[in-house]
Each structure stands twice: as C-alpha cells, then as structure tokens.
Design a binder for this molecule. Structure first.
Ligand code: ARG
Length: 570
C-alpha cells in the first residue's frame, strides 16, 4: 500500500509542485467502505495552499492523474476516490509475497542500528507470575518486530537478583527453613519463607534489623550470605528457564541487578564530580526539582544502593558495551515515575543519549478484582496457566483429531499461543482483569483461531500439491485472475502487512499485529467458504492456490512477530 501511496503522491506533486510529496503520502486514506474506492485523497488540506476549492482540485486531479494501477477515479465532495485495477494490484501483491517469502513486509530502516530491549526481568525467589508474562511477551514481540525491520536487537533480562529482600529471605530461611524443603519446593518454598518473614515481622519488628544485617553482609562479600544467595538464584533460574522454554523466549544477556555491583562506585564518583549528588540525612540523592519530580534516591543511609542507582549504572554500561541507538524498558506503568526520574539523572549528567531511553509501559493485571501481591501470597503462576492451557488443547485434540502427528508439540504451541495472543490482543496500556475463561478461550478472536487458519491453508496446499507431485513450498508466481470482491479484499488485506508492522514498531504496540492477524484470518475464511479452491479451470486454480500460499506465508510471519508458533496441522 505504501508503494502505491508514494507513486500517487509523486504524480500529485508533479501536478502541484508547491505541495511536498510527503504531505500527500500522509493525506492519502483508505475509504471507510470498499464501494468508495481503494484509496482516497481528501483535497481540503491542499485547498489552503493552492487557494482553490477542494471540489475544483478533486475534479482537476481526476482529469490529470494517470497511473497504470488506477482503473477509475471519481471526484466526490472534495475527495478524489481511486479504484485500483484488481489484476495489477493482485499481481503486484502476490509477486511481492511469493518472491520475498518470510521477508515479505520487512524493511531495512534499522540496518546498522542497535536497540537494547530490557524485558521480562522477574525477581529472584519470587514466582514468575502473570504480570511478568506481559513484560515478557511484549518485549519479545518488540524484539522480533525491530529485528524484522533490520535492527540489531539485544535482549536483556534485568533479573531482580539483589536488594534487601534477600536479607529477609536469608533471615527467614535460617529461622524457619531447611535445605531439603528448598530443594524440593523450589520457588514455592522460597515464597513461603518470604511470606512467613512478613507475618512474623509484624509481631517482632526486630526481624527487619536482622534482615538488614544479612543484606549488608551480602554487600560486604560475606561467604555464608553469598552462598545462600547464589543458591536461591540458581533455584529460581532453573524454574524461570523452564517457563521461557515453554514460551519460546530467549535472551542475549542475563545480566541482572547484581551484575553492576562493582561498577556503582565509579558512577557515584562521576555523579559527585558533576555536582549532582546531594547528601540528605546520611542518604544520597539527585534533586530533580527543575523537572518538578521528586528526587531520585540512589544510596540509603546504611550505604546500600537502590533500584535507581542500578538502573543508572546499567544504562551507562549498556551504552558503552552496545553503543545502542535506542534502549527500551518494558514494565508496568506503576514504574512510570521511576523511569522518568532516572532518565532525567542521565540527562543531568550531560549525556545526550538520555532521549534515546524509552519506557514502554503496560497496564496491570488484576485477579478476581484484586491486585496481585507477592507478600500476601496472592499470586497467579504463569507456569500453571500455561500447563492448563496445554492440557485443554490436548483434550480437544484427543477428541477431534486423535491421529494427529506430534500431538504433544502441537498442544504446546497452541496452548501457549492462546495465552500469548490473549495478552497481546489488548492495547498494552490497558489494565487486564485476568480470567481463566478468557485466557483458555480458543474460539472467536483468539490465537488458536489464527493458528487454525494457518493450518487450514497449509493443508489445502499440501492436498493440492500431493496430487501433482510438486512440493507445496514451490507455489509459482502466476498471473492472477481476480474477478470477485472477496478475493480482492483478501489481496488488499495482504497488501497491508508491511504498513501494519511499521505502525506496530512506531507505536511500540504488538496488538496492532494481533488485530491484523484476526482480520486477515477472517477474510481468508470467508474466501475459503465462498470458493472451491481445487477447481478444474487451470487459471482460476493457480490464482487461488497462489492466494492460499500468500495467506499461509503472511499468517506465519505475523504469528512469528508476536512470538507464536504456526503448526502446519492441528
Ligand atoms: N525486576 C523489576 C520488577 O519485577 C523489573 C525490572 C525492569 N527493568 C529495569 N531495568 N528496571 O518490577
């Protein structure tokens, strides 16, 4: 679509040299209804510059514009509507998809540029709960979307593996835990110890001091404290890795908060030298009054470093190590202030790249109307959600298609796909009321529906090509013969893919891809129900097969962009 817009814009600005091409590209719209044309140019914005009425301009353009892919034009109430030539659009789109295949819709805008994406970043010794799923799937999708546009991406899991909570955990473990129970229970047992600590601390406030002492020991390198901490990290990572494996997510770096321990001293010195660090009752902070923000607290009275301090240090390290063009942080909006504050500290330090730091915020997850709280033990474990989804798909397969090959693999891909798609189907900033029923819903506008549509397309191709002894991957680029509206609408939907990915990247919004996939799948199913594909007429047959192949490629690419697998059969 973009290519057509550019060609139209080029000609319009030849006709009216005072109007920049770019403005016309931006003005061109898709009409709200197909019977109003394939594209329309509202002439009102041009009218001011040209000092002529929009009605006149629309008429003049209708007379003068000449492009091979435009079959018919009409001037209506200041709009110039264009009807494309179905055959030539069909041929352009199909040729583009079948020659570029998995690269169809991708761009090279990102070549030579690096983006660091900080996502998932769960906290050690706490369950990987449903809220971390959001960060994980949004971040993973952005990683793929940016890679698709040619960027070099670095995915970082900024594990919450340092801080006073480990002092609490060690205290609780020494009082109420034992090695066997931790080995057996894993994160569940660590969580239990954490909850017990908070219950007991209400009765004996002195426990808080004990916890602080243990964290101080960790910071001073005490072997007993560090050994316990490392053990808790290992146990947690084993569980997290299992979840990532299920989700099909990986990272380029697992440098968590503790990774920066020995780099913070130099940053403190730098902040002091730049006159930014202020002492306040034994603690250290950076004032941000000029931005009307509360100060960023960096070091506590007892000398331990805070979340802000670690993010500042990590950002400096990442800039030095990866020389990024952009660094993205994916967390819920409860952390908005945190990011605003330390982005400003980087700015005050005099680093211009402060404006390349981007916080991608998303909405919070509520369960049965309540917020999730680790301390109170109100958690929803992602692994449980995924396993239930997989089990439900398995039972559906047993019922409907018991002879399916790779049942286990397909059940995993579809169950996990349902959960990921559900999460990515709402715009990211919206709060989610988690409902088991919705997450495990496979009909309607869901991931499994899109996966099923992709499998349907794959099966049609397989059947067609088996009878002709040609591998299904070899669908030829053929002249396209289109007559009906449904096929034409399908072509138009296919042609939108590149624009959709571009918009998703600009808005940092995977739900734009999700929405598109539903529309494309629905249009394909309309086409499928209206037409026999395996017909006698060779021209019609080749055209329809080419369309099916194009849909299969585009659905698969689109699912890949949101981190979902596309089984060929289900
Ligand atoms: N561990 C944090 C949490 O669970 C998220 C970390 C996000 N990344 C960052 N660089 N601050 O809330």
């Amino acid at each position: 679509m973009k290519a057509y817009k550019i060609r139209i814009a080029e000609q319009v600005s030849e006709i009216y040299p005072s109007i920049p091409k770019e403005d016309i590209v931006l003005s061109l719209e898709t009409p709200p209804q197909p019977d109003m044309g394939d594209m329309t140019l509202p002439c009102f914005p041009l009218s001011k510059l040209l000092r002529r009425s929009p009605l006149y301009i629309a008429e003049e353009l209708k007379e003068q514009l000449q492009l091979d892919f435009i079959e018919r034009k009409e001037a209506v109430a200041g709009y110039m509507n264009m009807y494309f030539d179905k055959m030539s659009i069909g041929n352009d789109v199909v040729t583009d998809i079948l020659t570029r295949r998995e690269h169809y819709g991708s761009q090279t805008v990102g070549h030579g540029k690096t983006i660091v994406i900080d996502y998932s970043s769960p906290n050690i010794a706490k369950p990987f709960h449903i809220a971390h799923l959001r960060s994980t799937v949004i971040g993973h999708s952005l990683y793929r979307i940016f890679s698709f546009q040619g960027y070099q991406c670095i995915g970082i899991n900024h594990l919450g593996d340092w801080g006073t909570q480990f002092g609490k955990l060690i205290t609780s473990y020494r009082l109420w835990g034992n090695a066997d129970a931790v080995e057996k229970g894993g994160i569940d047992e660590l969580l239990r110890l954490y909850v017990v600590f908070h219950e007991e601390a209400e009765k004996q406030p002195d426990l808080e001091n004990e916890a602080r002492r243990w964290f101080a020991k960790m910071e001073q390198g005490d072997p007993e404290a560090l050994q316990l901490w490392e053990w808790f990290v290992d146990i947690s990572l084993t569980e997290f890795r299992r979840t990532y494996h299920l989700l099909g997510v990986s990272f380029d770096s697992y440098a968590g908060e503790s990774f920066y321990n020995d780099q913070m001293g130099a940053v403190i010195e730098e902040l002091k030298a730049k006159g930014l660090l202020v002492e306040d009752d034994g603690a250290w902070l950076v004032r941000l009054d000029e931005y009307e923000l509360p100060p960023a607290l960096l070091v506590k009275q007892d000398g331990s470093s805070l979340y802000h301090m670690r993010d500042i240090t990590a950002a400096l390290y990442r800039k030095k190590t990866y020389d990024f063009d952009k660094a993205i942080y994916v967390t819920d909006y409860a952390q908005n202030l945190h990011f605003q504050q330390w982005f400003k500290v980087i700015e005050r330090m005099g680093y211009e790249w402060a404006n390349e730091l981007v916080h991608v915020a998303f909405g919070r997850v509520r369960l049965e109307g309540r917020g999730l709280s680790t301390r109170k033990g109100n958690v929803l474990k992602l692994e449980d959600v995924l396993q239930q989804a997989i089990a439900k798909v398995k039972s559906i397969i047993e019922e409907r298609n018991p002879s399916l090959r790779n049942k286990e693999e397909v059940a995993r891909a579809v169950g996990v796909g349902a959960v990921i798609f559900h999460d990515l189907s709402m715009s990211r900033i919206k709060d989610i009321d988690f409902s088991w029923e919705e997450a495990l819903q496979f009909e309607g506008e869901t991931g499994p529906y899109v996966q099923f549509t992709h499998a349907r397309a794959s099966q049609v191709l397989k059947k067609a090509y088996r009878s002709r002894d040609i591998p299904a991957s070899d669908v030829a680029v053929v002249p396209i013969h289109l007559a009906d509206e449904t096929s034409y609408q399908l072509i138009k939907d296919l042609s939108m893919f590149g624009d959709v990915v571009e918009r998703a990247m600009e808005k940092l919004e995977p739900s734009i891809v999700t929405r598109y996939l539903i529309d494309l799948a629905q249009q394909f199913n309309r086409f499928y129900h209206e037409h026999h594909i395996l017909v006698e007429d060779a021209e019609v047959l080749e055209t329809r097969l080419a369309l099916v192949k194009c849909v299969q490629i585009t659905l698969k690419d689109g699912l890949w962009l949101i981190g979902i697998e596309a089984p060929k059969e289900m």
